[in-house]
Design a protein around this ligand. Structure first.
Ligand code: PLP
Ligand code: COI
Length: 337
């Protein structure tokens, strides 16, 4: 048995025994292998190093009460990775290859899948990078697809405890840029605004729509949702935000399981009063309640600075219950490892 204090885990890198790696060359993927080596050696001219030809995914494996292991909607991660790859002119990874790679990594590192009831999960990081000799701004001659994993706890400290966020003056993506793709460049652009927010003791920053700076787009590396006083579930719609799998799952659950009106639409900064509760959602973030948002000198509090709102709590319990196998999942959401 591995000796890990599961309840004390944060969101940090840990070397686990096995990772998967596959190589694309001459128009095709090789079989792929599991390896114990957590380093990769690539050509100095690799496009991922110079021109950001890189995309990635994030998903989790969940230990059930009966000891078995669930993946949550990995087919959606596969589809999104291929959309990101298409945007950056990289080869697609067949869905069965993607899911097989993820399952192999979970099985090979089974001891590191946190026990049921600890709140911790196994985070999986699939990535696709352009490699090989190159100097021109053209797609790479070769590609690597890898999947590695590690046990993690909450992404935002405190988990379901509300925390504060601050509106950034920076954008993470341009109106017709790569915001909807999960590509490294968006995250490089978010490092400075993220640091500024952390330096001021906020959990992360809020990005506004890059064209007008009047509407909320993202909450750091998570999507935003708000619950209005008349119980509507609203989440921003924009071509420059990342289409969050958690967000689409919550839209479905809000409507189908809680009878709420669930819509994607504008979340204007000058209309925050209409929300009774607000939160951030994503694979890493799960659901993180937003206590308040600082925008210049204005500090807007939603439900409470210390308590989680009732609908946020219900949505959290339903979502996590489905992921860990305690609550019946909508058809096709759970893949058993
Ligand atoms: N927004 C950004 C910028 C992200 O990096 C993520 C994480 O994947 C999300 C939103 C949430 O997406 P998902 O729910 O698919 O994890
Ligand atoms: C995720 O939620 O999986 C993310 O990718 C967010 C962040 C850790 C990059």
């Amino acid at each position: 048995m591995v000796n890990i204090k599961w309840e004390e885990l944060g969101f940090d890198y840990m070397k686990t025994p096995f990772r998967y790696i596959s190589h694309w060359k001459n128009g095709q993927w090789d079989e792929g292998v599991l390896t114990e080596d957590n380093t990769i050696t690539i050509n100095e001219g690799s496009t991922c190093l110079h021109y950001g030809q890189e995309c990635f995914e994030g998903l989790k494996a969940y230990r059930r009460k009966d000891g078995k292991i669930n993946l949550f909607r990995p087919d959606e991660n596969s589809k999104r990775l291929n959309k990101s790859a298409e945007r950056l002119q990289m080869p697609a990874i067949p869905e069965d290859k993607f899911i097989d790679a993820v399952k192999q990594v979970v099985q090979a590192n089974e001891e590191y899948v946190p026990p049921y009831g600890t709140g911790a999960t196994l985070y999986l990081r699939p990535y696709l990078i352009g490699v090989g000799p190159n100097i021109g701004i053209i797609p790479a001659p070769e590609y690597l697809f890898g999947v590695f994993c590690m046990p993690v706890g909450p992404y935002f400290k405190g988990g379901l405890t509300p925390s504060n966020f601050i509106v950034s003056e920076y954008d993470r993506a341009a109106p017709f840029g790569t915001g909807a793709a999960k590509v490294g460049g968006n995250y490089a652009a978010s490092l400075l605004p993220g640091q500024i927010a952390h330096d001021r003791n906020f959990s992360d920053c809020i990005y506004l729509d890059p064209a007008t700076h009047t509407k909320i787009e993202e909450v750091g590396s998570a999507n935003f949702f708000g619950i209005t006083h008349d119980n509507q579930f609203i989440t921003p719609k924009s071509p420059s935000i990342l289409p969050s799998i958690t967000k689409y799952s919550l839209l479905y659950l809000a409507k189908e399981r809680f009878g709420m009106e669930a819509v994607e639409g504008d979340v204007r900064l000058d209309e925050l009063d209409k929300f009774a509760e607000a939160g951030a959602c994503g694979t890493a973030a799960i659901i993180a309640p937003i206590a308040g948002i600082q925008n210049n000198d204005d500090f807007h509090v939603f439900y409470s600075e210390t308590e989680t709102g009732p609908m946020t709590k219900k949505l959290y319990e339903e979502l996590v219950g489905i992921q860990i196998g305690d609550v019946e999942a909508p058809e096709g959401w759970i893949f058993e490892v």
